[in-house]
Design a binder for this molecule. Structure first.
Ligand SMILES: [Zn+2]
Length: 152
């Protein structure tokens, strides 16, 4: 039987013998949960998860889009693939760069909409921490250049 994780999530249908699995292993997870998209599943049992957050710039009263990219453990029972939208939870350091674990698959990137539109001001602090660890990712300023030209 799968253990209870303390979070309101469904445990996976398949079981695994992964010690670092929050359901079938002995890994305890924190309640700091994020939702992101798997951008790389090449490494064994590891996925790179990316999500966007918005940072308010009070001077301009606008939001800046920033990205957070972390390595997350990918247990066999979840087995997330590239482009999967996943929920990840913070946990103890599993390796030099991993201190997150995937706890739930939410679907494919194409089907889930709006997950990046939510302002995530509460999660700002932890996102800043991961930025320091992973190296800061600059926001794409090319996007703003794509603004449609006004006619007449
Ligand atoms: Zn498992």
């Amino acid at each position: 039987m799968a253990r209870k994780t303390g979070l309101d999530i469904n445990s996976p249908k398949t079981e695994c013998k992964d010690k670092k699995c929050p359901f079938h292993g002995d890994l305890t997870i924190s309640k700091r949960v994020f939702t992101g998209v798997v951008v790389s599943d090449l490494a064994k049992n590891t996925a790179t998860v990316l999500w966007e957050r918005r940072r308010k710039i009070s001077k301009y009263d606008r939001y800046e889009r920033r990205k957070t990219r972390v390595h997350a453990h990918n247990p066999e029972c979840i087995n997330a693939k590239k482009k999967d939208v996943v929920r990840i939870a913070e946990c103890r350091p599993l390796s030099k760069t991993k201190n997150f674990v995937i706890i739930e698959k939410l679907g494919k990137e194409e089907k889930v909409s709006g997950f990046e539109e939510k302002p995530e001001e509460k999660k700002e602090d932890s996102a800043k921490e991961t930025d320091k660890k992973q190296g800061k990712t600059d926001t794409d300023k090319k996007d703003t250049a794509k603004k449609t030209k006004q006619k007449g």
